[in-house]
Design a protein. Structure first.
Length: 315
């Protein structure tokens, strides 16, 4: 899930790519009842629902054919596909991908948040492209500690908006686990560090630079994640393809654009507090343009397909 969160309830709370909490009932994050004081808040389903349409429209369909070919040739395919969705959130990846793949599918949904896992399981698709059955199970855990054993029998690993909130070590761990299990990985919607706003404003570039710096805090890779992942998977012998998957936001996506703007500008100001006065004016004007239907935004992302060498343990 793209972005780093801070505690809900703070008037200046920032979700990278999501926006701050803006009022009662509009939480961008939640805290688990059993979470420790140092555990990060989790994403609320409201934000994930808001972005799902843009995510679906953005994902790179060009990667589906090479993926289908690889899946069709995996050993043991007759038993159906076993797909692990990492950081599944409310399950939007499954709702998008399952109807694009033939055959029976069993999705294993991974997330640290049982609240989101519940949403994902309830709203999961029930049939594949050819009408075959789709089943799901949920596993609570940290994808940063993934092992090849956890992926034993996997046909495919997927994730959406995840790479950019991982460290280099976590990406190396992910690549090693996929390579060890001999399964391909489809990792979508990682931020690319580029944004285009129309009409343009002199402050656009400065806000973007500060936002990108914020994304790299605490060792996270942010816009460098796709390059790091491509290198990591290649080092494990995988064939890697990367395709653009930009959000294209116009008047029809004004609610998403407004929330994204608040988060984008808020993170930039958190990184560079000296921007606050100019950024407040900038945000006010941008939100007005958004509301009037005059603003268009392209938020660049990248999708990555890593075709790891199959092993005898692959499904």
């Amino acid at each position: 899930m793209s972005g780093v969160s801070v505690p809900a309830g703070d008037a200046d709370a920032v979700i990278l790519g999501a926006g701050p909490t803006v009022g009662p009932g509009e939480r961008a994050t939640v805290r688990l009842r059993d979470a420790g004081p140092d555990d990060p808040p989790r994403y609320a389903p409201e934000w994930l629902e808001l972005r799902e349409g843009a995510d679906s429209a953005a994902r790179a369909h060009d990667l589906l054919d090479p993926l289908r070919i690889r899946l069709a040739n995996l050993p043991g395919r007759a038993g159906g596909l076993v797909i692990h969705d990492l950081g599944c959130g409310t399950g939007s990846m499954g709702r998008w991908l399952a109807p694009h793949l033939d055959g029976a599918q069993h999705w294993v949904l991974h997330d640290r948040d049982p609240y989101l896992l519940h949403f994902a399981a309830v709203a999961s698709p029930r049939s594949s492209a050819d009408g075959s059955r789709v089943t799901v199970e949920t596993r609570r855990g940290d994808v940063g500690r993934l092992t090849p054993d956890a992926l034993l029998g996997a046909s495919l690993v997927t994730a959406s908006a995840l790479l950019d909130v991982l460290t280099r070590e976590e990406i190396d761990t992910l690549a090693a686990a996929c390579a060890g299990a001999g399964c391909p990985a489809l990792l979508t919607l990682s931020v690319a560090g580029r944004v285009e706003l129309t009409p343009s404003d002199p402050l656009d570039a400065e806000i973007a630079e500060a936002f990108n710096a914020h994304q790299r805090r605490s060792g996270l890779l942010g816009p460098d994640a796709v390059t790091a992942a491509a290198e990591a998977f290649s080092e494990h012998g995988a064939t890697v393809q990367v395709h653009p998957s930009p959000w294209r936001l116009g008047p029809g996506e004004s609610a998403l654009t407004a929330q994204w703007l608040r988060g984008w500008v808020g993170a930039a100001v958190e990184q560079r507090p000296e921007l606050r006065e100019r950024a407040d004016h900038y945000l006010t004007e941008r939100l007005a343009a958004c509301q009037s239907g005059e603003l268009r935004v392209i938020v660049h992302h990248s999708d990555l397909l890593a075709l790891c060498r199959p092993t005898g343990g692959a499904s």
